[in-house]
Design a binder for this molecule. Structure first.
Ligand code: SF4
Ligand code: SF4
Length: 336
């Protein structure tokens, strides 16, 4: 039904008095009057029924290196068909994809079947749901995931993690890997800069850990989320919630959307990475060049297992099963 002009009913709709509805997909729990839309902009009440406006519509699609998601421990060096629509349930003032997340972007139809087929072409390992926030297109993403799975492909969710536990648990069995943003380790940041909340995101990370391959991303914004105690507390929380083997991506902020603070320098990001690496062995620097900041080093012998320059991965230090070629240690790299 993609692109045929019909509206697709949304899941997690609760009826309220009159023709109002409540959406129970994400922690906003929007109460939506007839004719209105939720905070994400893509779930609309028409006639007392909730509809997923972006079902079957994509605003961006490309064959990307999986490293670009970023995922560094999931089929390194392989491409993945990546798609995104528009809309987001957060409003980050520094959003680096605001043309898709905060505005209605031009779209084209792409059915789940077509997405599933594209996910198996040109060497792609499957489909990544990314660019904007994929969970607000929950029904479409779920249907695409089923099509990808039928064809033997992998599903990757790149998400802000701001989703209720019920819908998350329902879709997790279809998801092979996730990259979840943990934007900061303080509630004030989420309230002030994202119009969201930290606690539900941490709950998402806890629920996903152990059920799917998991990597985390934190965009480092100087003066906002980079206090040393805060970064140490976040790193310790990650070890407690996910274990130390979870790969963490620290990426450099640059001025975008409504935020005009100075960009994060490579030296600043390298310092943040050093702090995280006191607790976690796989910490990567992204968006700026930090020497060695993209390489995977063996947790046991220290040799380079995967060397990276931009999004190119040199796998010469890795066995086909992902283990270290030098010592055979497991470095939590998925290759099959
Ligand atoms: S998914 Fe959208 S409509 Fe539903 S509760 Fe979240 S922001 Fe509101
Ligand atoms: S969650 Fe991501 S896509 Fe949504 S506004 Fe924030 S940075 Fe942008």
């Amino acid at each position: 039904m993609a692109g045929d002009g019909e509206l697709h009913k949304a899941a997690y709709c609760e009826r309220r008095e009159g023709r109002a509805v409540r959406c129970a997909l994400c922690p906003h729990h929007c109460r939506i009057a007839e004719g209105g839309s939720g905070a994400c902009g893509v779930r609309k009440n028409a006639g007392g029924e909730l509809y997923a406006l972006s079902y079957g519509r994509v605003a961006a699609a490309a064959l990307d290196p999986v490293e670009k998601k970023p995922l560094y421990h999931f089929f390194p060096g392989r491409p993945i068909f990546s798609l995104g629509g528009w809309g987001c349930n957060l409003k980050c003032s520094y959003c680096q994809n605001c043309s898709l997340s905060q505005f209605e972007a031009p779209t084209r139809p792409l059915s789940p079947e077509e997405a599933g087929r594209a996910g198996m072409e040109h060497g792609s390992i499957g489909v990544a749901y990314t660019y904007n926030e994929p969970t607000v297109a929950y029904e479409y993403v779920g249907d695409c995931c089923r099509q990808v799975r039928r064809r033997g492909g992998k599903n990757v969710l790149v998400t802000n993690g701001f989703i209720d536990a019920g819908p998350l648990d329902a879709i997790l069995p279809l998801v092979d890997a996730m990259n979840i943003d943990v934007k900061a380790f303080n509630e004030d940041f989420y309230h002030r800069l994202c119009r969201g909340a930290l606690a539900p995101v941490l709950e998402t990370v806890r629920r996903a850990a152990g059920k799917t391959h998991l990597e985390l991303t934190t965009l480092i914004i100087p003066g906002e989320n980079d206090a040393i105690p805060e970064m140490e507390d976040l790193a310790k929380w990650i070890v407690d919630a996910c274990g130390p083997a979870v790969p963490c991506h620290l990426t450099a902020y640059f001025p975008s959307y409504q935020m005009r603070r100075a960009a994060t320098t490579a030296a600043h990001l390298a310092h943040a990475r050093d702090i995280f690496m006191d607790y976690l062995p796989y910490v990567y620097a992204g968006n700026v060049q930090v020497p060695g900041g993209g390489d995977t080093r063996c947790v046991q012998c220290g040799s380079v297992v995967v060397a990276r320059r931009a999004f190119n991965a040199d796998l010469s230090g890795m066995n086909p099963d992902g283990s270290c070629k030098n010592c055979g240690a497991d470095n939590n790299i998925v290759t099959a």
